[in-house]
Design a binder for this molecule. Structure first.
Ligand SMILES: Cc1ncc(COP(=O)(O)O)c(C=O)c1O
Length: 403
């Protein structure tokens, strides 16, 4: 096998001949070998996408332009529309007030939604917490908008009292608030009803966007995340490669139709320019469509419950060996004190200082968890184990810059 091939040779494309097969085999071998201990990042590994990859993988599938348009190149646009309808239905969005598309990922979804909200209210302040994904701060910078950092509690959820204070201080300005449904480190879910109530009390108006990159589909399947009229939520961004585990990064963005930005008609593409990118990956839309068509709501609900069951088991097993771990009740994510480096590196855990997480995405097995816990127990004698602490719930002392 070619597993030991050094990939630096592949970097120099001027060298001929290049053993292309060896390079590709090497990548596959490395990825296969890493899969058994990759439990730190949120990509599901249980779905088989090979039918789509085999049948469609040899062509360009480009859904350029607005997915609702009939003109122009419409390679997998019909499937994209079906995906948007399925997700919007799941979120109980009003059928006459919804718009969206299959994006490159959660980041583009945040950009698209916040761009639309900011265009409507260019003086709006954009509020987001210290636990929000880094893409939100990046989008604020890209838009040239004023961002306001809101405290997050140690468990990752928004500090609502601090949001209220920050809104009050800037009451002359419209507000756009980013709630997170599944924060990156702890999978905390911000309470959109409380945020909506604070926005309504803030008389300058306000858009509520939900960054639901990881938890959007699981919470919608539970009926716990809705974009109906009562929710007061204007937009949502979801990653496709996380819960659906597509072999190419992608996402879904949905915006209440009356809140979105209208696009310019483009003559040569024969469609409106309403999306962030021009050319768009039609293969992603087909992969999402296939994952939904094969498993349906019930199949995906089962995947969610299995993943949560494994996450609960993981917390139990870690606590049993004296490594204090916790999770939010809905979460796939298990938060734990950062293990010693060899264990962290082997298991590709995401670490942020003294806190790390692993994520029981669908497809991760109890055998993998048992092997991880055994490694951790072997690497840390009883003396080296952290002192058990209750699950954190106080606000973090993160100061917010004033704008
Ligand atoms: C909460 C949250 N938002 C947004 C993103 C970005 O999503 P993507 O990587 O699909 O662009 C992530 C990725 O981990 C995330 O955790």
């Amino acid at each position: 096998m070619t597993h030991t091939l050094n990939l630096t040779g592949a970097a120099d494309l001027s060298r001929t001949p290049i053993d292309i097969t060896a390079v590709l085999d090497h990548l596959v071998c490395e990825a296969d070998a890493a899969a058994a201990t990759s439990i730190g990042f949120p990509g599901a590994v249980d779905l088989d996408h090979s039918e789509v990859m085999t049948r469609l993988g040899r062509r360009l599938w480009n859904n350029i332009g607005d997915p609702a348009d009939e003109g122009g190149i419409a390679h997998t646009r019909a499937l994209e529309r079906a995906v948007i309808t399925w997700v919007a239905d799941l979120l109980a969005m009003p059928t006459d007030d919804r718009w969206g598309y299959v994006s490159t990922g959660g980041t583009e979804g945040n950009l698209s939604a916040l761009h639309a909200a900011h265009r409507r209210d260019p003086t709006a302040r954009i509020y987001y917490t210290a636990a929000a994904h880094y893409s939100v701060a990046k989008v604020v910078r890209l838009l040239g908008a004023h961002g306001v950092l809101v405290h997050a509690r140690l468990d990752g959820e928004m500090d609502y009292a601090h949001l209220a204070e920050q809104l009050h201080r800037r009451r002359r300005f419209p507000a756009i608030v980013v709630a997170t449904a599944g924060t990156t480190m702890t999978e905390a879910v911000d309470d959109t009803s409380r945020i909506r109530a604070l926005l309504d009390a803030h008389h300058a108006g306000g858009h509520l966007h939900v960054d639901a990159a990881l938890s959007g589909i699981p919470l919608a399947l539970d009926g716990r995340l809705r974009l109906d009229d009562a929710s007061g939520i204007g937009s949502i961004a979801i990653s496709g490669h996380k819960f659906f585990g597509t072999p190419t990064p992608c996402g879904i963005v949905l915006i209440r139709n009356h809140l979105r930005a209208t696009g310019t008609p483009i003559a040569y593409t024969a469609t409106a320019d309403t999306t962030i990118t021009g050319s768009r990956c039609g293969l992603s839309a087909a992969l999402l469509w296939h994952a939904i068509a094969v498993h349906g709501r019930e199949g995906h609900r089962w995947r969610v419950s299995e993943a949560r069951r494994l996450a609960a088991y993981t917390v139990e097993q870690l606590n049993a060996v004296g490594w204090p771990a916790w999770r939010h009740p809905h979460a796939f994510t298990v938060v734990l004190p950062t293990p010693p480096k060899p264990v962290r590196d082997k298991w590709v855990l995401a670490a942020d200082g003294d806190i790390s997480h692993l994520i029981c995405m669908p497809g991760i097995t109890s055998a993998q968890i048992d092997a991880f816990v055994a490694d951790l127990a072997a690497a840390t004698g009883p003396q080296a184990r952290p002192i058990p602490r209750p699950r954190p719930a106080q606000a973090t002392p993160i100061s917010a810059p004033a704008h």
